[in-house]
Design a protein. Sequence first.
Length: 210
Amino acid sequence: MSLMLYCADIGSVAKGNFGWARLAVDDSGVSNIPSTGLDIHDFANNLVSDFTDGHRVALGFECPLFVPVPEMPEMLTSGRAGENNRPWSAGAGAASLATGLTETVWVLDRIRRSVGPDFEAHTQWQEFNKGGLFLWEAFVTAAAKAESHDGDAKLAVLEFHRKLPNPENHNAIRVVGRVRSLIGAAILQSGWSSDLAWLEKPCLVIKVNP
């Protein structure tokens, strides 16, 4: 069962600012050349096809997928440990987060409708090794940005591949305390799970540096 690495560069579909990449990794860890695209329908259709063919799928989104909920109210919009000068609550992070609120649900919903209830979603790598869907966040730093949206997604899947076989050893964000999981809310709304614990689940963050 091969591993399929996907990433969506979140952005306005109407304005052509959405891009994606797919990287196939065989059982020996060898990868092919990434395929890329700009159409969100093609993205969802490829995901469905890989599920139908029995592959494991690791799906990343380049936008904040969880945010901290600290006890101190003055820290509520502070960046996550590891974001440095690009906090989730400002600039590009806030814009992509807002766009990702709808696009993550749309993609997950399209997959779920097509593949049915036989697959589970995961944010823990060891659980995912049994199969299903693994969800992760891509963090492409400003200095590492490509010249296109699908180029950013390509950089992310290649970086994820470099972190195998244990990507969780390379998590770019240190979780301190409680979080609000945006990807968890998307999982619930799209019917992948009914477990409300998803609302407090962080996920792996793979950072792409220059």
